[in-house]
Design a protein around this ligand. Structure first.
Ligand code: G3H
Ligand code: 13P
Ligand code: ZN
Ligand code: NA
Length: 280
């Protein structure tokens, strides 16, 4: 299949389901995503974070691209959390199929111009650009109510942002966090998600939810019903990998194979939860 993140998300929109974007770090991670996708007949997105790219470089990207090319189901390779022009331009050179222009750390106007620069570049390549508005918190951030509210995606700003930048996908901050959720559980503002959906649907922009690890199934299903089409998953897959490494192993190949199996099981379960299983 041809590698287009736009097509993958367009099909998800038509079918009313979501697709998992799984962070990968090495061959075992890539194999885990591809083998789960093929076993579940699901599309999927292989996602590389700048930290992982810094370590794995060209061989990691080449591994992702060749695995995606040979897969029997639609797989694309996405650059996650591109924080600077230099980083994203390098990613484009390396052959990523789509990118996240993450200017969420910048003041609004600077986020607009940063993101717009990249959407203009990407347009010629028919490539999907995802951007973020609001600030995603980490588990460790102990926020006051005011700080929590201030970090949420603002609907009016989102409208201006989308109209000015021409992005294809918007990562929203509705109380989702990278890493684990507090023991009290996630506090997602589904009312806000609903408003953002009305806005983005009109404009042909897909909704993305980062921090999908740790979200209970019923909440994931509600988010899909409210229009989320891409879920980013990192922590749960990485934990499965790290747990597998702790177990005794006959030899290195056995260790790598069981780590891969452990990741594959988590990924396959997400594909069912997201509704992408059977949709390739
Ligand atoms: O954007 C996500 C990064 O890959 C970090 O994710 O919260 O699992 O460390 P993490
Ligand atoms: P989690 O680590 O919570 O799954 O978040 C992943 C993510 O958003 C990657 O961009
Ligand atoms: Zn993220
Ligand atoms: Na999370």
């Amino acid at each position: 299949p041809s590698r287009s993140t736009k097509d993958i998300l367009l099909n998800a929109e038509k079918g009313g389901y979501a697709v998992g974007a799984f962070n990968v770090y090495n061959l075992e991670g890539v194999e885990a995503v591809i083998s789960a996708a093929e076993a579940e007949n699901s599309p999927a997105i292989l996602q590389v974070h700048p930290g992982a790219l810094k370590h794995g470089g060209v061989p990691l990207v080449a591994c992702c691209i060749s695995a995606a090319e040979q897969a029997r189901v639609p797989i694309t390779v996405h650059f996650d959390h591109g924080n600077s022009k230099v980083e994203v331009l390098e990613a484009l050179e390396l052959g990523f199929d789509s990118v996240m222009a993450d200017g969420s750390h910048l003041p609004f106007e600077e986020n607009v111009s940063y993101t717009k620069f990249l959407t203009c570049l990407a347009r010629a390549k028919e490539m999907l650009v995802e951007a973020e508005l609001g600030r995603l918190s980490g588990t460790e951030d102990d926020l006051t109510v005011e700080d929590y509210e201030a970090r949420l995606t603002d609907v009016k700003q989102a409208q201006e942002f989308i109209d000015k930048t021409g992005i294809n996908a918007l990562a929203v901050c509705i109380g989702n966090v990278h890493g684990k959720y507090p023991s009290s559980g996630p506090n997602l503002r589904l009312d806000l998600l609903k408003e953002l959906r009305a806005l983005t649907l009109d404009r042909g922009v897909h909704l993305v939810l980062h921090g999908a690890s740790g979200l209970p199934s019923d909440l994931v299903k509600e988010c899909i019903a409210l229009g989320v089409r891409k879920f980013n998953v990192n922590t749960e897959v990485r934990s499965a990998y790290l747990d597998a490494l702790q177990k005794p192993h006959k030899d290195l190949v056995h260790l790598m194979a069981s780590a891969e199996e452990a990741m594959k099981a988590v990924i396959a379960e997400k594909m069912h939860l997201f509704g992408s299983a059977g949709k390739a």
